[in-house]
Design a protein around this ligand. Structure first.
Ligand SMILES: [Zn+2]
Ligand SMILES: [Zn+2]
Length: 351
């Protein structure tokens, strides 16, 4: 790893009379090298509705991998990924009134929406035509400081410390939206890919009395044990048949071949939801797998209403989020571990 330029001593910027450093350490996306590069960047300034946070913890999501790997081309060079940001407010824009200096906030993937397109006008800001995504359109949380539009930030339940709250901000939230789209009351739920999102949704589904069937990579005994420890009624490889037909299935793994597999495991009238932002090509499959009023859909992004409902629920449930922490400067090790499927639960960076 190349060392970034030394921190410029003595330079400070003022926020509400508080002095912040003028520059910060960050890890930036380098899709050509499929890695993160260390850098020093200016501490972000707050726009009118923004808050600036000192990052306390930031989760690493599979979407970050897609950005780092160029599956989703970064919007500009030197982009700072990271959209599961837990931070402490250290600066406020002129019109930012929701949070106070010192308060803990969560910054999610949806960092802004236009408010006037056909989707925003019908309570579907997750599909906004001109969205702003954290760690993609604007710099995210793989850094010491981050700025965000406070109107899209969340108050986090106090029962989760910074590290354990981080994965709730995307893995939990997007899993929750998918779980709802699949019909949250379905008795038998299949989860394909048992990573950060599935390990949270498994607990929520089990707490709601659903029977959870967890499908991991073939032979991933540790992953299957992990799933059972979190309430899964059954766990096996995605090449294995579940002991019963599923009412709904959520596909978290970005593997297109799981779509026909999940449809074949789902009963008539059931729903299969693809949760990732990117998936390998779905192979062609026989129409009979879809017939019988099965529904195949994707989930895209989140709305603020999803966040409010989700954080209110997880504030009551006392979920056990499992995290593996890495120092911010070791972010490439976190990315590598996630790529290799070696993280039990979620990877979290600590600045
Ligand atoms: Zn819009
Ligand atoms: Zn994410």
């Amino acid at each position: 790893m190349t060392s970034p330029a030394p921190f410029p001593a003595g330079k400070r910027i003022a926020y509400h009379g508080r002095m912040l450093p003028a520059s910060m350490f960050a890890m930036t996306a380098d899709p050509i090298g499929r890695r993160l590069l260390p850098a020093h960047k200016p501490v972000p300034q707050a726009g009118d509705h923004d808050l600036v946070v000192r990052v306390l913890a930031c989760g690493v999501c599979r979407t970050d991998l897609h950005i780092i790997d160029g599956d989703l081309p970064p919007r500009r060079p030197g982009l700072v990924p990271g959209h599961e940001v837990v931070g402490q407010v250290v600066g406020l824009g002129a019109k930012a009134t929701r949070f106070a200096i010192g308060q803990r906030v969560g910054i999610p993937w949806l960092g802004g929406a236009c408010g006037c397109c056909a989707f925003c006008a019908t309570d579907r800001e997750n599909l906004c035509d001109q969205p702003v995504f954290t760690g993609y359109d604007r710099d995210g949380g793989f850094a010491e400081y981050a700025a965000a539009d406070e109107r899209y930030c969340f108050t986090l339940p106090e029962r989760y410390d910074d590290t354990h709250a981080a994965p709730l901000l995307c893995a939990g939230l997007i899993g929750f939206r998918a779980w709802h789209l699949a019909g949250a009351a379905m008795p038998r739920l299949g989860l394909y890919g048992f990573g950060a999102a599935a390990h949270i949704i498994c607990q929520i589904a089990a707490a709601h009395g659903q029977e959870v069937f967890a499908f991991t990579r073939a032979g991933d005994q540790a992953g299957q044990d992990f799933a059972r420890s979190l309430g899964a009624a059954w766990a096996g490889g995605s090449n294995e048949a579940a002991p019963a037909l599923l009412d709904a299935a959520l596909i978290f793994a970005p593997a297109g071949e799981l779509v026909p597999t999940a449809l074949a495991a789902t009963r008539k009238g059931g729903t299969v939801v693809c949760v990732g932002i990117h998936m390998s090509t779905i192979p062609s499959f026989d129409y009979r797998l879809l017939w019988g009023e099965r529904v195949l859909k994707s989930v895209a992004n989140l709305t603020r209403a999803d966040g409010d409902a989700f954080f209110s629920l997880v504030g009551e449930l006392a979920l056990q989020t499992h995290v593996q922490t890495f120092a911010l400067q070791d972010a490439n090790a976190a990315v590598q571990a996630l790529r290799a499927g070696k993280v039990n639960g979620a990877a979290v960076l600590l600045p």
